[in-house]
Design a protein around this ligand. Structure first.
Ligand SMILES: [Fe+2]
Length: 444
């Protein structure tokens, strides 16, 4: 029996039906001229109406949205279905080139690698490469270098430019550490034995380690046999643990530490502490897919710092903020390095998002930017003012959903005046349903 409070198909989650192209968008305020590129994001948008009684938010057809900024103008807005095999059929379009096993929904992240744009998902389906205009180009296995599916979440090591990910599949007896070079080709794959087919949504890196999350959500054969769209279930009998894998290490070198019984979709960041410990900031859910089987809505989240001391058996946890929140992001130039600031979206009942949050983890404070009545942010994305600007010297961009007007805006906040008036608001002609992740994709 599910105790879900939303179908993830209504209100701000309701899918849109049209693919839209709009040019020369109206803007309130002034778009900083340094912002030259695309703000892309993606989320589920079922291409055919699902059965609400057997729907899961995570399995809806992907739709990618983008706004292109240049010379202080908002040149265009586009939204496009991400053309997996089912979407191609429903839309009466030919399947993409490169179709192969792993041709499922792709709806979780959109990232740039080597000047190319990729839509990503976890758990078996391969990426789909997109054009600069967000059209689906091809199912992609990184030029034949990717075995199996990929992950939605990559961590780019600023020292090497390499992207680290952890991939999984229900039928595997292991998880994989996969490293993709700036040339969008896999250059390392390491298999780490793990039992039960856990859901591993994210990882973290430091200058020395990959942080592996093996938490108690795992593939459930009974749920699969019963027709569950996402057959992963809370598995409290599985010991929760966090692993440290040296960046170039072997599976034998992984050290595991006891972790709290909870679930973590997202890390904010991790880094090596001065005493050899590893610090990981993350969003903690009390449990996942226990009583609610259509989305990530199992009670209030908290923002925590986990410290992994190599001399201890268990991670040490400290709550940083008890405000419900998700989609944590940093200034990604600091991936794997000590960070002071983090940005996130507040989460309320029914997993409806709210204000944008900025954390100052040195001062131990947080600020909330309220976008107005009925206006809620999606995942905020930090963009630095320049390559050598300091941390937090830049802008926080997000798609903001307005329930009253059934339209969305792209709002640009000055990161260092977070609660002040937006620097710019780009008015879109349509809604952008609440979805998952996105990236600022600067022009080369
Ligand atoms: Fe995610």
């Amino acid at each position: 029996m599910s105790t879900a409070t939303t179908t993830f198909l209504d209100g701000p989650f309701a899918p849109v039906r049209e693919e839209v192209t709009a040019v020369d968008l109206p803007v309130t305020g002034t778009i900083p001229p340094e912002l030259v590129g695309r703000l892309a994001r993606i989320g589920p948008n079922p291409v055919t109406p699902p059965d609400p009684a057997n729907h899961h938010w995570f399995v809806g057809t992907g739709m990618v949205h983008g706004v292109r900024l240049r010379d202080g103008r908002a040149e265009w807005y586009r939204n496009r279905y991400v053309r997996d095999a089912d979407a191609a059929g429903a839309l009466g379009l030919p399947p993409l080139p490169g179709d192969q096993p792993g041709d499922g929904v792709v709806n979780t992240h959109v990232v740039g690698i080597g000047g190319r744009t990729f839509a990503l998902v976890e758990a078996g389906s391969r990426p789909i490469e997109l054009s600069d205009d967000l059209e689906s180009l091809a199912r992609c296995d990184f030029d034949g270098t990717l075995d199996g599916g990929f992950s939605a979440h990559t961590k780019r090591d600023p020292a090497s430019g390499e992207l680290h990910a952890v991939t999984y599949h229900w039928a595997w007896d292991h998880i994989r550490h996969v490293v993709v070079g700036p040339d969008a080709r896999v250059r390392r794959e390491l298999r780490i034995p793990v039992a039960d087919g856990p859901m591993v949504h994210d990882c973290a890196i430091t200058e020395r380690y990959v942080v592996l999350l093996d938490l108690p959500v795992a593939f459930d054969l009974e749920a699969a046999a019963a027709g569950a769209r996402l057959p992963y279930r809370w598995s409290p009998e599985r010991p929760p643990r966090v692993g440290l894998l040296p960046l170039a290490g072997t599976a034998d070198e992984v050290r595991w530490f006891d972790a709290p019984r909870c679930y973590v979709f997202h890390t904010l960041n991790a880094y090596d502490g001065p005493g050899g410990e590893v610090v990981v900031d993350l969003v903690r859910h009390p449990r996942m897919f226990d009583t609610v089987h259509n989305g990530p809505d199992e009670g209030a989240t908290t923002f925590e710092r986990w410290t992994i001391d190599p001399g201890a058996a268990a991670v040490r946890t400290r709550q940083l903020d008890d405000t419900g929140q998700e989609f944590p992001r940093i200034d990604e130039r600091l991936t794997g390095r000590p960070h002071r600031y983090g940005y996130a979206a507040a989460v309320g009942d029914g997993f409806v998002l709210g204000p944008a949050i900025k954390h100052d983890l040195t001062a131990g404070t947080s600020e909330h930017h309220h976008f107005g009545a009925g206006r809620v942010t999606q995942e905020p994305v930090f963009v630095p003012r320049s390559d050598d600007a300091g941390e937090d010297d830049g802008w926080v961009l997000s798609y903001v959903h307005d329930a009253a007007t059934a339209r969305s805006d792209v709002v640009v906040l000055a990161a260092q005046d977070f609660t002040g008036d937006p620097v710019a608001t780009v008015h879109l002609p349509v809604r952008v349903p609440l979805g998952f992740h996105g990236s600022w994709l600067p022009d080369p």
